[in-house]
Design a protein. Structure first.
Length: 51
């Protein structure tokens, strides 16, 4: 049985999977926002002298 067939077989399971996916994506978006705030050595060396 495939993973999707198993989910289709359990009606209440779809909402659990959807909720877990939303939680995962929310965490990844937060992680990405935090990552984008960092300035790398490359960026400092390349762009700081221009300022």
């Amino acid at each position: 049985m495939t993973a999707t067939a198993h989910v289709d077989a359990a009606p209440g399971r779809k909402s659990q999977v959807a909720e877990a996916a939303q939680h995962f994506l929310r965490n990844k978006r937060t992680e990405w926002r935090e990552y984008r705030r960092q300035v790398t050595e490359f960026e400092l060396g390349r762009y700081l002298p221009v300022l």
